[in-house]
Design a protein around this ligand. Sequence first.
Ligand SMILES: Nc1ncnc2c1ncn2[C@@H]1O[C@H](COP(=O)(O)OP(=O)(O)O)[C@@H](O)[C@H]1O
Ligand SMILES: [Mg+2]
Length: 139
Amino acid sequence: MKPILKIDNLRKIYHTPKEEILALDNFSYTLQEGEFVSIVGPSGCGKSTILSILSDLMKPSDGTIELQEGKKIGYMLQQDCLFDFRTILDNCLLGLEIKKELTEENKAYVIHLLETYGLKDFMYHYPENLSGGMRQRVV
Ligand SMILES: Nc1ncnc2c1ncn2[C@@H]1O[C@H](COP(=O)(O)OP(=O)(O)O)[C@@H](O)[C@H]1O
Ligand SMILES: [Mg+2]
């Protein structure tokens, strides 16, 4: 069966004014349907670099990624990056606001999603009033 994700010889070099940092070299992995994978390693070994490349936040220096048609990749950041001065609902609407796609219909869908994730009662609260797990669900 065709794998969900095929990563071949991924390489990433970060360029800073002082030096070049080889963060990833020759990283390959094939993910099959139903697999549950953890990437484990010491701090600085390149875990976040892999995830940033897979979610298209960053281009690799070399290598290829083939993703099964119709699939999308996202990941939960360690820091939730919610704006403390906006309510939970307003944090959730920010992307739509920026893209000028904030319609009544889209807003209703966002509220529906907040309900699905058990956050509707908190939509007019500010991030500081939520637990770490709740904040991550907002993201
Ligand atoms: N934006 C960046 N600029 C320069 N070097 C970076 C940058 N991000 C990560 N690195 C370096 O790349 C290596 C891998 O980092 P990272 O992927 O964040 O590791 P991990 O998530 O496993 O802790 C580290 O040596 C780190 O210092
Ligand atoms: Mg990391």
